[in-house]
Design a protein around this ligand. Structure first.
Ligand SMILES: [Zn+2]
Length: 228
């Protein structure tokens, strides 16, 4: 989970107009304009797990609406989540961090511990004692290590596989970058690494924390983190 900038565009204005009308008429918030706008704002990835490979995305209410008309139709309360995460969050873990308003990476550290041949584990470490941080950590743990049903267990396993592959590709880019000698060669690799660290990339929180945790080795990459 990273901070998402809820930018205002022509598309989000259309979505907000849809929501205003839907609220007035008591119809669904699940319109084409709302879906397209959410997809754009959230970079086509689930805001909870940051997976871009899911085949099923849904509109998620940050604060469960429980038929409260304001919460049900408020643009600021609508988020883009994969079916796996939406199903697990449901109306539980309330309140969680609002990633459109708060810099999540300052509140939670995202890490992978262990390596091939040893026990691998994804860790979500709370960096403060806020209730929102605590609930978000619990939600992330539930999403990555679901056990409620056999299906959820399979989905979590697949999610962890995607994350592991993404991190391993990213580490390879960094290793190559460190081994290159000339400035020209480094520039090409720099471009790849910058793309991997963008808000729109998948599993960005884990990749950025990998750089932060190894800042003394990668101090020349540290500057890539604030580019969004
Ligand atoms: Zn997800």
């Amino acid at each position: 989970m990273i901070k998402i900038n809820r930018v205002e565009t022509e598309q989000t204005r259309c979505a907000e107009e849809d929501l205003r009308l839907a609220k007035e008429n008591g119809t669904t918030y699940n319109t084409k304009n709302v879906n397209i706008a959410l997809r754009e704002v959230f970079h086509n990835k689930c805001y909870i797990c940051e997976n871009k490979s899911s085949t099923s995305y849904q509109i998620e209410h940050l604060v469960p609406h429980r038929e409260n008309a304001y919460l049900k139709y408020a643009w600021d309360n609508l988020f883009f989540a994969c079916a796996h995460c939406n199903g697990i969050k449901s109306d539980k873990y309330n309140p969680i961090i609002d990633c459109t308003k708060v810099d999540v990476e300052k509140k939670i550290a995202f890490r992978k511990e262990g390596y091939f041949g040893a026990d691998e584990k994804f860790i979500f470490k709370a960096l403060d004692s806020d209730i929102e941080t605590k609930n978000t950590v619990e939600l992330l743990e539930a999403v990555y290590y679901a056990s409620s049903t056999v299906q959820k267990e399979f989905e979590s396993r697949l999610l962890r596989k995607h994350l592991r592959e993404a991190l391993s590709r990213f580490k390879n880019y960094i290793r190559e970058y460190e081994e290159l000698d000339t400035k020209e060669e480094k520039e090409d690799m720099e471009c790849l690494i910058r793309n991997e660290l963008k808000d729109s990339s998948e599993f960005t929180a884990f990749k950025r924390w990998l750089i932060r945790d190894n800042a003394k080795f990668y101090n020349d990459l540290d500057g890539f983190l604030d580019e969004g």
